[in-house]
Design a protein around this ligand. Structure first.
Ligand code: PEP
Ligand code: MG
Length: 589
């Protein structure tokens, strides 16, 4: 039995499927016989050739879209991918040690990393980042061809068992392609509750556990596993007794989920009739369709960076416009709040030239990037404004820290609109703009922010990590980075009060919106717009229907008197039990 962080609630019993990666734990894999050597070398060479072609086309497109300086990074990638040392080392390992191409690539990468680690110069550190990028690209071409389709007779799957992905880390670009596979559980070595794997898992209602160091070394594809996403417990090769006990809980979990989906057409109202908007957080069109299915009232947060992370190069204005239109068409009520690019932190694209910052979450991320790269931002604004003609679209700016920043982006919106007008390009005149309140400085100075914005949306995932100074993806500090903290509720109260005074619409779109215990407090503090992973909407709707406004206000009032997270947790656990014991299965500890 292993204990990690429960990042997406629910229980699953199933078979493991390892996601191999050159960045995972080092494990040698050899070919079955020497006769496979020539084919393996050819496979590797093909992956290199395809990567080289891809990189060449990036150089062209990035130069066109962003300028030649930004394309420089891909020129250096082009050099690395055709570097004879890299290629001959991999060939040698396949030939002499009969390693698989993936395993050889991994060895070579570790070799480079060890070599560069001895050199204490920024130039070489950056060079290593480029090498990793290139190796990752070659790897994706290699595995694209070989990976056994999960759930279709792969070694990990006997046809009827649920599949549990076990990975070192799930990168943002992988997270999206995994989105189409029939996965029933996710377990990762890295990552906390707001990592990509966690967000992906929650948006699909899949139980998941992160922060399980060394689990890759303990699990083989095909092993039976139990994943309990509530308390972060994972059992590898469980005995018969545990398996049948957990299968029973798993059935209850799924039955309850199915029953709850039946509430999709009911209004979101509290037991005493207070109306609430339950909106969806989406990353792509499939999520928009999922939101439609569970009866979301609209999309409260569309994270556009996934479009960039999964696109083979930079999406241009036309491509973005088309994509936003399609998302709009697939969205409930055809109303969406599109967040402008929130790259940086752990979500990087090479063309932004963000290189090896020692502290990326505190660094050059999100809207901050556009003060130097306004072109990328303006292209996105043009695409969103144009799509705004076809439905109810609002624009949301992430990571706004100061009033100066807000004025800068508001100005760009104004200029972009007047450019479109001058060019005779039709756009949505009534598109509203809003600020994500996710940096404590913006929350503290909320009065000033509210004077210059149409609405706000609270990004509690980041607000919490910056308020408690604990990295949201670091399992070692996960106990600090959680919503049931007195400082969070106190700060949120002042923000809600400022919004009430000024009549500014406010939504909360961080993960706590879809978690039963924090939800009770937020509702009690007067919040009426919540945006969450679609999978949580049925649960929260059911919870809302079982609580009265007066009850929730009492809970919130009491919570604000408490001074430790522990007291808040146990108080709310008891209240949740009173209000709706059946929904406890959807809460994480
Ligand atoms: C947040 O920070 O709460 C948020 C919703 O945005 P993200 O998780 O994408 O940073
Ligand atoms: Mg955020």
């Amino acid at each position: 039995m292993r204990k990690g962080i429960g990042v997406s609630p629910g229980i699953v019993v199933g078979v493991a499927h390892r996601v191999e990666s050159v960045f995972g734990s080092l494990e040698e894999q050899t070919l079955a016989s020497p006769s496979e050597i020539p084919a393996e070398i050819e496979r590797f060479d093909r992956a290199v050739a395809e990567s080289a072609l891809e990189i060449d086309s990036f150089v062209q497109k990035v130069s066109r879209e962003l300028g030649p300086a930004e394309a420089e990074i891909f020129r250096s990638h082009a050099q690395i991918v055709s570097d004879p040392t890299l290629i001959s080392r991999v060939h040698a390992l396949i030939e002499e040690q009969q390693l698989t191409a993936l395993s050889a690539l991994q060895m070579v990468m570790h070799g480079f990393a060890a070599q560069f680690a001895r050199i204490q110069q920024d130039f070489f550190r950056e060079r290593m980042t480029d090498i990793r990028d290139v190796i990752l690209r070659i790897e994706s071409h290699l595995t694209r061809r070989t990976s056994e389709p999960i759930g279709h007779g792969g070694e990990a799957h006997n046809g009827s068992e649920s599949v549990i992905l076990v990975a070192h880390e799930i990168l943002p670009s992988q997270a999206m392609s995994l989105g189409d596979l029939p996965i029933a559980g996710i377990v990762t070595e890295l990552g906390g509750s707001t990592s990509h794997a966690a967000i992906l898992a929650r948006s699909r209602g899949i139980p998941a556990v992160s922060g399980l160091e060394g689990i890759m070394a303990e699990v083989e594809s095909g092993d039976m596993m139990i994943v309990d996403g509530r308390d972060g417990m994972v059992l590898v090769r469980p005995d018969q007794e545990a398996t049948s006990a957990y299968r029973k809980v798993q059935r209850e979990f799924f039955n309850l989920k199915d029953r709850l989906v039946a509430n999709r057409d009911l209004p979101a109202r509290s037991a005493d009739g207070a109306q609430v908007e339950l909106l969806a957080n989406i990353n792509n069109i499939a999520d928009a369709q999922a939101a439609q299915k569970v009866g979301a009232a609209g999309v409260g947060l569309f994270r556009t960076e996934y479009l960039f992370l999964t696109h083979h190069d930079v999406p241009d204005e036309e491509e973005q416009y088309e994509y936003y239109r399609q998302v709009l068409q697939s969205s409930p009520n055809e109303s969406i709040t599109i967040r402008t690019l929130d790259l940086g932190g752990d979500k990087t694209v090479p063309y932004l030239g963000r290189r090896g910052e020692p502290n990326p979450f505190m660094g050059w991320r999100s809207t901050r990037i556009f003060f130097e790269n306004p072109k990328l931002f303006v292209t996105q604004l043009r695409a969103i404004l144009r799509a705004g003609r076809h439905g109810k679209i609002s624009i949301l700016f992430p990571m706004i820290t100061t009033l100066e920043e807000l004025r800068f982006v508001n100005n760009l919106v104004k200029e972009t609109k007047s450019d479109l007008r001058r060019e005779g390009v039709p756009y949505g005149e009534h598109v509203k703009t809003g600020v994500m309140v996710e940096v404590p400085a913006a929350a503290v100075c909320i009065d000033a922010i509210l004077r210059e914005t149409d609405f706000i949306s609270i990004g509690s995932n980041d607000l919490i990590q910056y308020l408690v100074a604990a990295d949201r993806d670091n399992p070692k500090v996960a106990q600090l980075c959680e919503p049931l903290n007195p400082a969070i509720f106190r700060l949120l109260r002042t923000v809600f009060e400022a919004c009430q005074r000024t009549g500014t619409p406010v939504t909360l779109c961080g993960e706590m919106a879809g978690q039963p215990r924090p939800f009770l407090v937020l509702f009690g503090l007067g919040l009426r717009k919540f945006s969450m992973s679609p999978a949580f909407i049925p649960t929260i709707k059911a919870l809302l229907a079982s609580v009265t406004t007066a009850q929730a206000e009492r809970f919130a009032h009491h919570v604000l008197q408490l001074t430790t997270s522990e007291e808040i947790r146990s108080y709310l656990t008891a209240r949740l039990h009173e209000v709706s014991a059946t929904l406890e299965i959807f809460d994480t500890p």
